[in-house]
Ligand binder design. Structure first.
Ligand SMILES: Nc1ncnc2c1ncn2[C@@H]1O[C@H](COP(=O)(O)OP(=O)(O)OP(=O)(O)O)[C@@H](O)[C@H]1O
Length: 316
């Protein structure tokens, strides 16, 4: 499979994402819609293929989960082609959080969206020298992530990792962090937070608390930051209290909206998950790159998910 000739439309196909039974359907639909299909053979391939093909392609589609999309966007950025190459997402992963957040329901629906859907320019996040599209999560260990069952991942997405970690709280270490959020143009000043965190959750397209929707505003040039303080450990153990926590109705939650932030560990390196791909570092600089990615979106996608109500975070 695959072609070496330059093509306007390229589809990067991860054959092992999700349950791994999507290959034939994706390859068939991709060919029908004029895509040159390039299948990955090992980790790292998706980024490399995107980097090599992006300069000559109008559109690069990522068929896989959030990790595949992350790799494709990082590859296009490495080719310095984000301004000229659009992206499409074909959901064939376990969680498909990003696809759901931009209104794409299924593999077949993704191709309808490619042909007929709106194109939006959305923000991307950068974490040190890497890009994330959906979220950056610290405090959820790689082990917790790999132990999370596909069923749990499907219904809860990233929160499944959080839940899983909470349920194995005995082996869990809190993170002594210093977090500094940047000033905003509207006059909000730089804010600092220092303490022990259970989790630090940064959403670009994804939100974690106080949510009527799991989709964050991804065109506002801001990241949504949620810090779950360690004092929440006891609260997290009770089911009802846990629900309150993720409704944002808890004293142990710090929420901020910011274009940039610094997270510094006061002890060892911290493991962060960028759209499910791991990064270990003591110091993380995060910022948004506003309107940097052109993407095909489904009808259910809301440019401003808070348009009909109060804006996140909802606390006073
Ligand atoms: N051909 C391949 N063989 C083995 N691993 C691969 C291959 N292609 C990609 N990978 C690995 O797959 C991972 C990405 O998987 P991805 O996140 O897209 O799917 P998922 O984990 O099933 O879904 P989700 O992230 O939505 O839960 C990357 O870590 C990458 O290294």
């Amino acid at each position: 499979m695959g072609s070496d000739a330059a093509s306007d439309r390229v589809l990067v196909l991860n054959p092992v994402s999700g349950s791994g039974d999507h290959v034939d359907e994706v390859a068939e639909l991709a060919a029908e819609h004029g895509f040159a299909v390039r299948q990955t053979e090992e980790g790292g391939d998706a980024k490399r293929i995107a980097r090599e093909t992006a300069p000559d392609a109008d559109l690069v589609a990522a068929a896989g989960g959030d990790g595949t999309l992350n790799a494709v966007v990082n590859g296009i950025a490495a080719a310095d082609a984000l301004a000229t190459t659009g992206v499409a997402v074909v959901p064939a992963g376990t969680g498909n959080n990003f696809a759901a957040n931009v209104g794409i329901r299924s593999i077949e629906h993704a191709f309808t969206v490619i042909e007929e859907g709106r194109r939006r320019s959305i923000d991307i996040g950068t974490a040190n020298d890497r890009i994330f599209v959906n979220s950056c999560v610290g405090g959820v260990t790689a082990e917790a992530s790999s132990e999370t069952s596909p069923e749990s991942k499907e219904s809860l997405g990233v929160l499944a990792y959080v839940k899983n970690t909470i349920e194995t709280v005995g082996s869990f270490e809190s993170l002594p962090l210093r977090v500094k959020t940047a000033a905003r143009p509207n006059g909000e000043r730089t804010q600092a937070w220092e303490g022990d965190a259970l989790f630090v959750l940064i959403g670009n397209c994804r939100r974690f608390t106080g949510a009527r929707t799991a989709q964050a505003d991804v065109e506002d040039g801001l990241l949504e930051v949620t810090i779950v303080e360690d004092t929440a450990a006891m609260e997290l153990l009770g089911g009802a209290a846990r629900e309150r926590l993720f409704d944002g109705d808890s004293d142990c939650i710090v929420t901020r909206r910011t274009p940039a932030l610094e997270i510094e560990s006061r002890r060892d390196a911290v493991e962060y998950s960028l759209d499910g791909e791991m990064l270990e570092t003591e110091h993380l600089h995060l910022e948004t790159n506003a309107s940097a990615l052109e993407i095909a979106v489904g009808d259910a996608y809301e440019p401003d998910p808070d348009a009909d109500g109060p804006h996140w975070p909802f606390e006073t």
